[in-house]
Design a binder for this molecule. Structure first.
Ligand code: DGT
Ligand code: CA
Ligand code: CA
Ligand code: ZN
Length: 589
């Protein structure tokens, strides 16, 4: 992760706003001034630091020792403790307001102090009741603009990255599961289909006492707004802006309701048409057959029964997009088999092949990463720190990476002695930068001594399609290169993929035996599902890696598995779902 002057400035503006909310005197203005200076520097602070260390940073006008230290911490670690602590102490999440045009951190601080506005829902309420125009330096016009901004955010960027909101989803789910009135609960909708981003959360509950469940639901502490509070259906908005729908159904229609509310809409429509062809009727209440003039419910307490009644094998939620899964699920008479793939499972991975340590921009040591990975049930990890081209991260060169090997050897030998029968291994790897011309940022002789070589693009995102594709192909042609990491470079809701000919890349991966990565980091999920499926069809092998920069990120690997499943990948397609020796043999020699 490269820290730019813009990143630094934005963080300092936020610090100023948080200090302002806490009514700290003078300091907010000081931070704002520094932010302005950094924003307008002619040279990247990262380069200044490279050249002259924190002393050179201190020579920037307005930057004292303490600020220089903060910039240094940011450049070196990618984050800032002081900022995190401030953020924790303040009940306002500035990030949640991002996207509302013209409403900067400073304005939010003002609205918080004047009107106790803590989130977008509060903001909308204040604007609708015309309280904002009364606040100093705001007017009718700004009130209108705020409402327009909220509308825009709702429409365009109202979707949430699944992996980032999943902890909250699970928290709400387990709270509801704990109620004695709840017999069964499932989170359906796009969450169950494990889409990259979700529009809202759809929860389905079976209960004989729905009122108690609903009363609890609408009174949860995170609720910012209640849209509906009924016996079978309630809907709320959480204070982070995310909507939650809750439905309560009876046991008899559980399978049909779960199927309906899981979607996708396109999958549902296609299923309903299949039902009609079989002279059946399918809706959220059940599957029905007309007999004389009565409608009879066909057994569908579970989804399995429902699919079976339609002549289909059970379809995993990740496949339900009407992209051919229904055709593939048709049961062939004799043996009741279908053409659906057996998807790679959530517990199928043996290791993780992209992990950063504190040798570069990771937060934790090699040993800490390894221990956490082992705790998650993995048998190996590869340490793949950045290389020197990524100066901001203190990328490794030919010499420093050799020093790193000594540490890996030392930690590996500890694992042997302390871990008795169950072996755990750290592989020597790299996330080697692909330079502009497709050459690599480490020498061939170093690359040849690594256990696993990953390569990736971190610069020149704007090359023409032809140049970018050729550049990456050239890197894949290097005989030491095993994996192309995060192949398209997109960051969900932040950055478009760079322009490449993906079919050409996949052909070249096939030809050179290069593995393509599914980067599991929640806002990367790169490759996307459609491309995963292209690889599966082409016989190009994949790896699923966390791209962890701290121990807490290692668990993100789950979202990569979802992505693989949505791309129809089986265990055969994923090299780190193979036994270790088989995977090693597949790497280029
Ligand atoms: P999202 O929330 O935008 O990420 O996507 P979903 O798929 O969760 O969509 P949502 O929340 O609007 O609806 C939840 C499920 O309810 C959806 O997956 C399928 C079902 N559903 C909603 N509207 C319709 C509809 O008009 N027709 C049919 N057949 N099903 C629908
Ligand atoms: Ca939904
Ligand atoms: Ca919904
Ligand atoms: Zn990277």
């Amino acid at each position: 992760m490269k820290i730019t002057n813009r990143d630094i400035a934005r963080l300092f503006y936020e610090i100023a706003a948080y200090l302002e909310m806490q009514a700290v005197p003078f300091k907010p203005r000081a931070y704002e001034k520094v932010a302005e200076v950094i924003e307008n520097l002619n040279e990247e602070a990262g380069l200044i630091y490279e050249r002259g260390g924190s002393k050179a940073l201190g020579e920037i006008p307005g930057v004292g020792v303490s600020i220089a230290e903060k910039i240094e911490e940011l450049l070196r670690t990618g984050s800032l403790k002081y900022y995190k602590e401030l953020k924790k102490k303040t009940p306002v999440d500035l990030n949640s307001f991002r996207g509302i045009e013209g409403l900067g951190a400073k304005s939010i601080a003002k609205l918080y102090r004047a009107l106790n506005v803590k989130n977008i829902a509060d903001l909308e309420k204040a604007a609708l009741s015309h309280k904002i125009r009364a606040v100093e330096s705001f007017g009718e016009k700004s009130e209108e603009n705020i409402l327009k901004g909220i509308e825009f955010v709702k429409k365009s960027s109202g979707r949430f990255v699944l992996g980032f909101v999943m902890p909250l989803v699970r928290e709400i789910e387990s709270r509801l599961r704990g109620l004695k009135e709840v017999d069964k609960i499932v989170v359906a909708g796009s969450v169950r289909r494990r889409k990259e981003t979700i529009g809202d959360i759809d929860i389905l509950v079976i209960s004989k006492k729905p009122n108690a469940v609903m009363d609890f639901f609408v009174a949860m502490p995170e609720v910012a707004r209640v849209y509906a509070h009924g016996e079978t259906k309630s809907a709320i908005k959480l204070n982070n802006g995310l909507d939650v729908d809750l439905r309560v159904v009876g046991q008899e229609s559980y399978g049909a309701a779960l199927n309906y509310f899981t979607g996708s809409k396109e999958h549902n429509v296609a299923l309903r048409e299949m039902a009609i062809k079989r002279r059946l009727k399918l809706n959220e209440y059940g599957l029905f057959k007309k007999k004389s003039n009565r409608e009879m419910r066909i057994a569908c307490k579970t989804e399995e029964e429902l699919y079976d009644a339609l002549g289909l094998a059970y379809i995993e939620p990740e496949l339900r997009e009407n992209n051919g899964e229904i055709e593939a699920a048709i049961l062939k008479d004799a043996n009741k088999k279908s053409n659906l793939p057996k998807l790679v499972g959530y517990g199928d991975l043996y290791g993780d092949l992209q992990i950063q340590s504190n040798w570069t921009d990771g937060a934790n040591s090699i040993e800490e990463m390894a221990k956490t990975a082992r705790g998650l049930g993995l048998e190996y990890i590869a340490i793949t720190d950045h290389t020197k081209r990524l100066a901001m991260t203190h990328g490794l060169d030919d010499e420093r990476i050799k020093d790193q090997w000594k540490e890996i050897d030392a930690v590996n030998s500890k694992f042997k002695s302390t871990n008795g029968n169950k072996k755990f291994k750290i592989l020597k790897g790299t996330e080697c930068d692909i330079l502009k011309d497709g050459s690599l940022d480490l020498s061939d002789s170093v690359l040849s001594r690594l256990d696993v070589v990953g390569v990736s693009v971190h610069s020149y995102f704007n090359l023409s399609r032809k140049e970018q594709t050729e550049r990456i192909k050239r890197a894949m042609e290097n005989p030491h290169v095993d994996i192309l990491f995060h192949p398209t470079g997109r960051i969900i809701k932040k950055r478009e993929a760079y322009d490449i000919d993906i079919d050409d890349i996949i052909r070249s991966a096939k030809k050179t035996g290069t593995i393509l990565e599914i980067d599991a980091y929640p806002d990367r999920l790169d490759l996307k599902d459609e491309y995963v499926r292209k690889c599966v069809d082409a016989g190009v092998k994949l790896t699923i890696d966390s791209d962890a920069h701290s121990v807490s990120h290692l668990a993100y690997i789950e979202y990569g598995i979802s992505q693989a499943r949505r791309g129809w990948a089986t265990r055969e397609d994923i090299v780190n779902a193979w036994p270790f020796e088989k995977m090693l043999q597949y790497f280029k020699r």
